[in-house]
Each structure stands twice: as C-alpha cells, then as structure tokens.
Design a protein. Structure first.
Length: 267
C-alpha cells in the first residue's frame, strides 16, 4: 500500500484561526481591497451571472459587493469558519475549499478572495471549481503569492535563529504567476488569464502587523509548524530587525502583499 500523503496545512488550525478572527472583529481592509480589484475585472465582462458562488467568504466583502450588482438571483457563500458565515444573510455553507460540495453545473460565476493559497491541492480545487460551473461560467479568484510578507518572514527566521537556535517552518509553497495560466488550462478552463499586483501597507511596528494578520485569520497554519509560541525576546529581536532593515523615513515599516489573480472560463 502507498503511504498516505503528508498534509501541508493543519485544516483545523486554519479554521480556528478564521473563527478567532471573526469573533475578534476581523481585520478586513485587505480582503475589501482585493474584492474591489476583483470587481474591476468583473466589470470588464458584459454579461449577467444569475447564480454565484463566493468561496472563502471571510467577512463578506465579496458577497456584500455582489448584492449591489444587477442580474444576480442566487448567491451562495462558503467558508470553513461558522463565525464568519453567521455575519452574512445569504445562503451559507460551512465547507473547506479543498472539497467544494456542489453538484456539477451549479453556478454561472465562482469568485474567491484570498482563500485558495490555503488549499493544499490547488489543481484539485481548480478541477472542482470548473466542475461546479455551468458551461460558459466564469472563475474569478485572487490568492496570495510567494513574495507576500517577505520582510516579516526574513526577520522572523533570523530572529529565531539568533534567539532560539532554529526556525519554525513559516513559508507555504506558493503558486508561481508564470505557471498559473497553464494550470488553469490543465484543470479544464478555457481562455485562462493570470496576473499579479502588489499592495504595500505601512505599520507603526512589526507587532501591529502581526496583530492585523491574526485579525485576518492569516497566521501560520502549516502542519509542520512549531506548536509553541514565539518567545518574547524573539519577537523583540524580530521587531528591531524589521525597523532596521526595512524601516521608512517616517519611522513606519512596510508590509508587502503580492496578489495573484486568476480568470478562466468553463468550456
């Protein structure tokens, strides 16, 4: 018998991180900005989408924007965190994006904001999303790319090595922009398009950035991560390194988010 595949992400931890973010009020600015950029792309498509799937609904930026658009008759929101879905009033389904629980040909549009980078098997999920679309249906998705938070990752690894003699796994395998269009084609989509944008946010210090990541539900959920919290000395060292290496003239620090956008049509 073949050995069972090793899970990349701790699915339970990821769900609990999102639940915690929802209960604490959710830092929603990044999801709101990405939702606006997805809508900009949707505006270029001159047709109606009566049935829509919002995969990874989070705090509702996508679904709230969709409700203001003409032509939508049914909107289904999906998230692994019940606490996020309780804030929404559309048809709600608690589900993990790794298993899309709908029959084939259910939707005219599938839209996803910042959920697919938490999928361990991206090709498998894309195949499912193509399956649930009606013929001629549209996939429009955004996910974090590999250069996201490169500043924070750099200083955390160095601080852990200096203070603790080792570093916890922190970097999730990320899809490459150059490969995404081919991946969409391989998973059944026609006319695939992939592009990237960078969003830079500034913070007073590294701890404020970490608080926002916790409020987004975007903290480390790798299965191989260290389960004990960072030491206070390690956090202080990381904050000092961040300010030293990346600090701006006004004393704030930048945080870079690379957003990969995917567009494809079901044949």
């Amino acid at each position: 018998m073949l050995p069972a595949p090793i899970a990349l992400f701790d699915r339970r931890a990821w769900r609990l991180h999102r639940d915690r973010a929802a209960r604490s009020g959710a830092a929603d600015f990044l999801h709101a900005e990405v939702a606006d950029r997805l809508f900009d792309r949707l505006d270029d498509v001159k047709r109606d989408f009566p049935s829509v799937l919002d995969l990874g609904a989070h705090h509702g930026a996508v679904s709230c924007g969709l409700k203001r658009r003409a032509g939508i008759e049914q909107l289904v929101t999906v998230d692994p965190a019940p606490a996020f879905l309780r804030r929404l009033d559309e048809m709600r389904v608690v589900a993990d994006p790794e298993l899309v629980p709908f029959r084939g040909g259910s939707f005219d549009l599938s839209i996803s904001a910042l959920a697919l980078h938490w999928v361990g098997d991206l090709p498998g999920t894309l195949v499912q999303l193509c399956w649930v679309l009606k013929p001629g249906g549209l996939l429009l998705a955004a996910m974090l790319g590999g250069s996201t938070l490169v500043e924070l990752r750099t200083v955390l690894i160095e601080a852990e090595l200096l203070e603790e003699g080792g570093a916890s796994p922190r970097v999730s395998p990320a899809a490459e922009l150059a490969d995404l269009a081919a991946l969409l084609l391989r998973t059944g989509f026609a006319m695939p398009v992939a592009d990237a944008e960078k969003i830079t946010v500034t913070y007073p210090d590294a701890l404020a950035l970490m608080r926002d990541l916790r409020g987004m539900g975007e903290t480390n959920a790798l299965a191989a991560r260290r389960r004990t919290p960072l030491r206070r000395a390690t956090l202080a060292r990381a904050a000092a390194l961040y300010a030293e290496r990346f600090g701006l003239a006004d004393g704030r620090i930048p945080a870079t988010f690379e957003i990969l956008f995917l567009t494809g049509w079901a044949p």
